[in-house]
Design a protein around this ligand. Structure first.
Ligand code: PLP
Length: 460
């Protein structure tokens, strides 16, 4: 395997050492920083990231699922430079500005004005906090203050601030903070991989929706909302489900007078094949959270869209009936302008249509190349493709990540799930490169896994 660390005095290693001294890296077990030094990235262009020695890496995870049209996109750069000379930021309480207004108008239009109002937040977790608080508060304004609890799905992820974490079911993120968290109801995931013999994905959806119905039938008086990631539960390994589940949850929420919160932070903005994932179920939620891709992967921005009727419930002389939530950078002008320019690119690049053929090519080539490899559940929804590695051995995700670097790929598996979630900017040649390098990485890692596994057993 070629070395991925350069000589000790290079700008790459210098940054790695200084980073370790003063930067506390997210989602990182710091003790592994020696074995897995952070990749020092100097610049990006399209789907590529370059280190300080101009070695390049294909950004196969869209920089944590945020990048859509590639790094340093000329149109996005131009829009931001223009905005920079006009207005970077002004507070959105007492003021307004064109990028915030235009973005809210255009997003509302994309829902056929079903979700007519847009509340801005700052990053994904803050949008989830807003949706949870709004749902509770809307019921309280309607004289139903007893609706105080939330229903979340097993294997779900909604962010890591305390409110968002209480509806997140990922033990490594959650367990240490369990004493601080409110109690959410957790119901079965509609993950299609859990099909029993004779069941298809729609049957799993119906079975798991029935479990939700039993809970709602009994406890709807104390439940404010059900929160779901429509179509793909991303953070727990790209667990995919049938759109039927989202349809059924909408119907149950209507029947039992419970809000539906669609967390489209990862799956929105075209990632699953339609602009909003909910479109594939033919429904609209009561609250829809967007972040990640909405600014094209340029700047932190999040928002919660809701029905005009819910907004109207907060319009009152009584201050206690108003939604006084805010973040200092709420509706940041630069971020909103990046989002408006991103929406323009969906049109000018005909992104959803082009993604269809890219995704089909990726799946076909991956499917052919995986022949005889120890993998299960190759699956795809739009621009998300994933597979599970059988008997991955110890520290699989880390070993895969390091081997991928050597192939010029930036990838971080989740447990034993390898996923490909490239920027929409990827072209056919780059799709082929992505697949070939992924397969080469997998083979290299599997060749070492039996050895590693044996050593680990010995150490245990
Ligand atoms: C990433 C993510 C979040 C949290 O967003 P942050 O910007 O990381 O706070 C919430 N929900 C889902 C579904 C996500 O994928």
């Amino acid at each position: 395997m070629p070395s991925t660390t350069a000589s000790s005095s290079s700008p790459n290693t210098d940054l790695q050492q200084r980073s370790r001294r003063h930067v506390w890296h997210p989602c990182t077990q710091s003790i592994r920083l020696e074995a897995v030094p952070p990749l020092p990235i100097a610049r990006g262009e399209g789907v590529w990231l370059f280190d300080h020695e101009d070695r390049r890496y294909l950004d196969a995870t869209s920089s944590w699922w945020v990048n859509l049209f590639g790094h340093a996109h000329p149109a996005l750069n131009a829009a931001l430079k223009d905005q920079l000379d006009k207005l970077s930021h002004v507070m959105l309480a007492g003021c307004t500005h064109a990028p915030a207004v235009e973005l809210a108008e255009r997003l509302s239009a994309l829902t056929g004005h079903a979700l007519g109002h847009c509340f801005y937040a700052s990053d994904g977790a803050s949008a989830v906090e807003v949706a949870l608080k709004m749902s509770f508060h809307a019921w309280r304004n309607a004289g139903r203050g007893g609706k105080q609890r939330f229903v979340a799905l097993k294997q779900g992820y909604h962010g890591e601030t305390l409110g968002a974490l209480h509806v997140t079911d990922v033990p490594v993120f959650r367990d240490a903070y369990a004493p601080l968290l409110a109690n959410a109801h957790l119901v079965a995931s509609p993950d299609a991989r859990n099909a029993k013999p004779g069941e298809d994905a729609a049957a799993v959806a119906r079975r798991t929706a029935a479990e939700l119905e039993a809970l709602l039938a009994e406890q709807h008086d104390t439940i404010a909302a059900v929160i779901v990631e429509p179509l793909v539960q991303c953070a727990t390994g790209m667990a995919m489900h049938d759109p039927e589940y989202v349809r059924l949850v909408r119907a149950l929420c209507d029947r039992y007078q419970v809000h539906l919160i669609a967390d489209e932070i990862a799956v929105g903005c075209g990632r699953t094949g339609s602009f909003f994932a909910c479109e594939q179920a033919g429904i609209w939620p009561d609250f829809l959270c967007l972040s990640k891709g909405i600014s094209g992967g340029y700047l932190p921005l999040a928002l919660v869209m809701t029905r005009d009727a819910i907004y109207e419930g907060f319009v009152d002389d009584d201050v206690a009936r108003s939604f006084l939530h805010s973040h200092s950078y709420t509706g940041n002008a630069l971020a909103c302008r990046a989002a408006v320019a991103t929406l323009d690119l969906f049109k000018s690049e005909d992104a959803l249509q082009r993604n269809r053929s890219r995704a089909a090519r990726l799946l076909q080539r991956l499917h052919d190349g995986l022949e005889g490899q120890p993998v299960d559940h190759l699956r795809q929804r739009g621009m998300i493709t994933a597979l599970d590695v059988r008997e991955p051995g110890a520290r699989f995700a880390e070993r895969f990540h390091m081997a991928a670097r050597a192939q010029g790929l930036l990838m971080r598996p989740i447990g034993n799930t390898v996923y490909l979630m490239p920027p929409y900017a990827i072209n056919d040649g780059e799709v082929d490169q992505l697949v070939d390098s992924t397969l080469a990485t997998l083979k290299a890692v599997m060749a070492t896994s039996s050895k590693e596994g044996a050593r680990n057993v010995a150490l245990a």
